[in-house]
Ligand binder design. Sequence first.
Ligand code: SAM
Length: 283
Amino acid sequence: YKLIEAKKKFGQNFLKDTSVLNKIIQSMPQSDRKLIEIGPGLGDLTQELLKVKPLVAYEVDEDLCVYLRKKFSAKIDEGKLTLVKTDVLKQFEKGSLADEPYDLVANLPYYIATTIILEALEDHNCKSMVVMIQKEVAQKFAALPKTKEFTSLAILAQSIGVAKILFDVGPESFDPQPKVVSSILKIDKQKEFVEGKFSGIFETNEQLQKFKRYLRCSFQSPRKTWLRNISSEFEKTLVQEIMQGEELPITIRPHEISVLSHHLLFKKLRLNDARKRSNATTE
Ligand code: SAM
């Protein structure tokens, strides 16, 4: 038995609390979908997940992969566990973590947790996620309008699915202990990407990318008014007209606008842009 030291650069904090492990298992969606874990680490969560169903796990650390291959050699031989040694972000770059619909469960490395969640939100094969992350980050994804945590992250997550914080986990449940409190965040994608298209709010991937640009612009200076932010990209009089139509006060700030209103505003701005463009071509 060789002692494996946690590597800071890979965000390794191993979960050692069986009651937390059990609660994570109970939070999983009941589905026939494939199961994927990111960062199995020393395999404590993996072991519990394997009692429920087979899974594919992505781990970047070669030392941990060597350890896991020994620990789970029987499961790997039976085809119950597929261990992939890779940087999960590289796998997302290739398109998806699986070639079929899947549920994601993970105690995420905190240094790239936000990036991984955003990738999983856009991965059309990912149908749900139950992830452990830093509490502050979880609060951003699950935030409600009019709170200061409500930004692009909440709007994106809540446009694609339903985001909920299930419970918090203190540092003492890990080894080594992180400096922060963690939360379990669950995102169920109700509005799904079907055959390369969102069946819900976004009809195409292009629309999603445009909406992300709209959000970046809307929140570029979160404390300034939405009008001021968005006027850097759209004509101010047009924006004011649209706001009037939606009965929004001109002093409203981006975090005070609901998810649905943001979509309505985005649509109207785009419609107007399209009209301008078609006028230009007919003139
Ligand atoms: N699942 C284990 C647990 O609950 O004890 C470990 C969780 S630990 C917070 C994060 C894990 O993600 C580590 O095993 C780490 O090596 C792995 N990891 C870090 N960056 C990664 C990446 N880019 N791709 C895949 N795995 C990564």
